[in-house]
Write a protein that binds this ligand. Sequence first.
Ligand code: FUL
Length: 507
Amino acid sequence: MMKHFCISYIHAHNNLIIADQALHNKSFSILHSAIIFVFVLTSCVCEVAPPEAVLPVPSERQLAWHELEQYAFIHFTTNTFTGKEWGYGDEQPAIFDPSIFDAEQWAKAIRDAGLNALILTCKHHDGFCLWPSQYTEHSVKNSPFQNGKGDVVKAVSDACRKYGLKFGVYLSPWDRNRFDYATPEYITYYRNQLRELLTHYGDLFEIWFDGANGGDGYYGGAREKRKIENSVYYDWANTHSIIRELAPGAVIFSDAGPDVRWCGNEYGFAGETNWCTIQTDTLYPGKYGINDLLNQGDEQGSSWTPAEVDVSIRPGWFYHESEDSLVRSPENLFKIYLQSVGRGAGLLLNIPPDKRGLLHENDIQSLQGWKLLRDRAFAVNLAANAAVNTDTYRGKSKKYAGANVTDGNKDTYWATDDGITSAYLEIDLGKPRKISYILMQEYIRLGQRVKHFTVEVRKDNAWLQVAEGATIGYKRILAIEPVNTQKVRINITDSKICPLIADIKIY
Ligand code: FUL
């Protein structure tokens, strides 16, 4: 408000000085002051102060990540050929031999399924590297794959760029092959490998660190159990600063963030109540007993660290022929979509390539069926440009009016005045329509605010409640019992501070 006042004053003042000088008349100075007074008064009435942010707010890299919504995970290594889920670390590189490897087949199927990015397990716990790292012999360079000249990471990152997918990497901290695992030297090795991945494969959107580590392994022939202290061994802060320096656009994922957090399970659901905020300073990857916290976030959290739901299309993370009949159905994937993206989380869906080096036909069929279900469910937004009635909006300014939620522009939003934490938006569909889904988005650039809401539909001259929830966040999709109605009312019943709603869609 003060800023607008000052700018208006300066404009008015400058214009009148010019007028004064032109007229060479000192008697105009009284008039001058009067006009400035009126001008400033008018500007104060017209200019409505924008809402203040409620901290914490997302960074630009996090905002870009939110918009990806759903993306693919690829687990591929020697396990694909041994049938294991966790390789021991003594696998011979010679067994890594995909017969008709085709990264473009993966990228195309993933793109066609409406996924927007891909994260590749460049190194899993067994330590085998899918790229010819200069720091180890335990990699594709000693495998029959493309006569030891191949680089899976390069092929996949190139295919991603060709098909318009963003690319990210998974580098397992736990390495059951390395002789020096659990010593300080290993951390140098690990960071060297990370630097290779961060500098050789173009822009990365996400760097993925899992929390599993420690335990028995090959460890260069020692074949023993090694234990590390999760909270200190990896010295994550210094590894993170390498990423900030070499891949400033990438979000860092782990159980504990800092940019994106694990959702606390591998079954495919974020909390129904899901805060993008959490207290990260006491967390570290691999910490036990925090799964519920990770699942729901923390309304009071001081860090913007939204949840990511990682789940596999098959029972295992790696391909096993015995699971060909156990691929998730399109309906199951749709349910997972509603429980992840529909609750404001990111969805990281694992689709493991088979021994041929291809995504399996059954998996591709499920992906296509899932895409069809999403396309059908969200084909026509009945609320596009619909009239919106509200009980209140900020400063009675058009800039914050209800119409902003149906204008299809995510940068405009409805807001209430400061201090107003409950209000409604009533959307008129023009005529009675059958509706099944309600999608809402907060304007998260200024923080996550809504703490409780209800949804009602107009039925037989009365309002009928069809849904209720706590958080909205980046996105909330509510599946309701299909109902015929012309009017839908969203009641924000509680909010941290004045609510800001950017988008409402009805299907
Ligand atoms: C976990 C790993 O132990 C699994 O093998 C898998 O990679 C999963 C995504 O993360 O921590």
